[in-house]
Design a protein around this ligand. Structure first.
Ligand code: SAM
Length: 270
């Protein structure tokens, strides 16, 4: 089945949608639990201060560049010229440009030589690519033997928002998941996939990002999803607006429930 997930087709979205996504990625990256999850696996990877690092698809690059004492070099690769320009601008504004450069590229086919990088990160990427195994094999090719790969993503099969009518809630969950991710079970498949890619599983971390009563993290996610789902076609604009309004109302009434599990894996190239 061809994927409808707009996050895997960012080279085809209009600038207004891409700006909404860029704003969302920044807000999400600043959320305390999201940055805790990122920093925990980066701490465990502990890239050497002089390491060369490849970030497939994004935001982790700036977090690595900000690590105390880091003087290495990071290359970020993303499918979208708009998101690459925005990431380079933010890196410049934060004084990180010396160590960090983003370029347009497709993680399914990258031109770097074997073993170019000491370490590699894929942060909320693999849930969005059509075929994750070749991307993992490409990651395994691009790090040096002994090099670490950090993989972080949502277990989006667990993404759920309650509504007054549980039948409606279940149908909306299913439409949401089908619209915003390509591989909702990828993080459950990861131990098997790492083996298939010839990588050793070194560590894993698990999290539940759950909010009850009032939505905070989830309120900005819902606002982004409201705009994204009609692009995917799994809800109409009216349906997506009604879904978001119901959840907003629940948050105001302090009866909101929203949750998703997240996982990080560290893998080593033998
Ligand atoms: C959900 S976003 C995550 C962005 C960022 N990593 C973060 O955590 O905020 C997924 C990113 O993967 C990028 N992406 C999707 N498919 C890609 C591909 N085949 N090659 C390179 N980047 C891709 C998208 O452009 C998007 O920026």
């Amino acid at each position: 089945m061809t994927s409808v997930d707009p996050f895997g087709k960012t080279d085809q979205l209009d600038d207004a949608m891409l700006e909404a996504l860029a704003v969302r990625f920044e807000a999400r990256g600043k959320h305390p639990l999201f940055s805790k999850m990122l920093n925990e696996y980066l701490d465990a990877m502990n890239p050497a201060s002089t390491a060369t690092v490849l970030d497939m698809g994004g935001l982790a690059a700036r977090a690595i560049a900000r690590r105390p004492g880091f003087s290495g070099s990071i290359t970020g690769v993303d499918l979208s010229p708009y998101l690459v320009a925005s990431a380079n601008r933010l890196a410049g504004e934060e004084g990180l440009a010396e160590h960090l450069h983003f370029q347009v590229g497709d993680v399914r086919r990258l031109a770097f030589a074997d073993g170019t990088f000491d370490a590699l990160v894929a942060h909320t990427l693999l849930s969005h690519v059509d075929d994750p195994l070749p991307v993992l094999k490409e990651a395994a090719r691009l790090v040096q033997p002994g090099g670490m790969i950090g993989i972080f993503d949502g277990d989006y099969a667990s993404l759920t928002f309650d509504q007054a009518n549980p039948v409606t809630a279940k149908a909306c969950d299913e439409a949401l998941i089908a619209g915003v991710v390509t591989n909702p079970r990828i993080m459950r498949q990861m131990p098997r996939m790492l083996r298939a890619a010839g990588l050793d599983l070194a560590a894993s971390f698990s999290y539940v990002l759950s909010e009850a009563g009032t939505a905070s993290f989830w309120s900005s996610a819902i606002e982004t999803y409201r705009k994204v789902i009609p692009k995917a076609g799994t809800m109409t604009e009216d349906e997506a607006n009604a879904w978001a309004a119901a959840l907003r109302g629940d948050s105001v009434a302090h009866v909101f429930f929203g949750s998703c599990n997240y996982y990080a894996y560290l893998a080593r190239r033998p």
